[in-house]
Write a protein of this length. Structure first.
Length: 263
């Protein structure tokens, strides 16, 4: 399981204050805590911070790479911010994200190839988030085709089938899992599959429980990665346990610690 730690995001009050105050120590400490907890990469999103998004994002990227060489997932919907952040990013980069429209893919895929970055592409187009499995699969297939047209190795591509909160879209969690399962068959090797995990339980009363269970279920359907809270120890343990039960990790009595040591 490739864990992308979600906490360096201006949506979180503590992170927003650190960005606005240019508090390097706070950001680097948060990066270190997530990596020690088992994150493989760090999602970086300026969120609703004061100041220019380009300046804030570049400062975050430079601050993090002063302290670690871990992959940085540059999370922004703004193409100009993505371009500038990639220029200063010396660590392995993941671009988060492109939509599935042809216009978006024709901008984002060449940029990823130029910077040797991995790319997350969402199954969203001009009509919005798909309501069913078939449309997600069609968009996913188009994403893979477009990536190959631009010379991107499929191994550098993540498809995000876009999970919505279960309390407002109860059919969506199952549709996302089935789309992952079907999309696994469209190419050899297949692209990776990632979700923004916390979205499934947004504003739900049993938020943590729903998140833990859904992660385990998605792994069973072929999920490879998640943008998630690596600081939630029980969530991490649930994901590791799911991989052990699916023979994606070897069992030993101390399998959680063994996984974290060898990730």
């Amino acid at each position: 399981m490739f864990v992308i730690g979600e906490r360096i995001n201006g949506m979180f009050t503590e992170t927003r204050k650190a960005i606005e105050k240019r508090d390097k120590v706070a950001i680097q400490r948060l990066a270190d805590r997530q990596l020690r907890a088992g994150a493989n990469a760090l999602d970086v999103n300026v969120g609703p911070t004061k100041g220019k998004p380009v300046d804030n994002m570049c400062w975050l990227v430079e601050t993090i790479q002063e302290a670690t060489d871990a992959p940085i997932c540059i999370d922004t919907p703004k193409f100009d911010v993505m371009q500038e952040a990639l220029k200063v990013c010396k660590n392995p980069a993941i671009m988060n994200s492109s939509k599935a429209s042809e216009a978006d893919l024709d901008r984002y895929v060449p940029l990823a190839v130029e910077h040797k970055a991995r790319l997350i592409a969402l199954t969203i187009d001009e009509s919005g988030v798909p309501k069913d499995v078939d449309r997600r699969v069609m968009m996913g297939a188009n994403i893979v085709t477009k990536a190959m047209e631009h010379g991107m190795p499929v191994e550098d591509l993540f498809i995000d089938p876009v999970i919505l909160p279960v309390n407002v879209a109860p059919k969506q969690p199952r549709a996302v899992m089935e789309a992952i399962s079907q999309l696994k068959l469209i190419s050899d090797p297949p692209p990776g599959f990632v979700i923004g995990l916390s979205n499934v339980s947004q504003n739900c009363k049993e938020r943590r429980l729903l998140t833990w269970v859904y992660l385990a279920m998605c792994i069973g359907y072929g999920l490879d990665a998640a943008i998630m809270d690596a600081l939630d120890e029980e969530l991490m343990r649930a994901g590791i346990s799911a991989e052990v039960l699916l023979e994606k990790q070897l069992y030993c009595d101390d399998y959680v610690s063994a996984y974290l040591r060898n990730r």
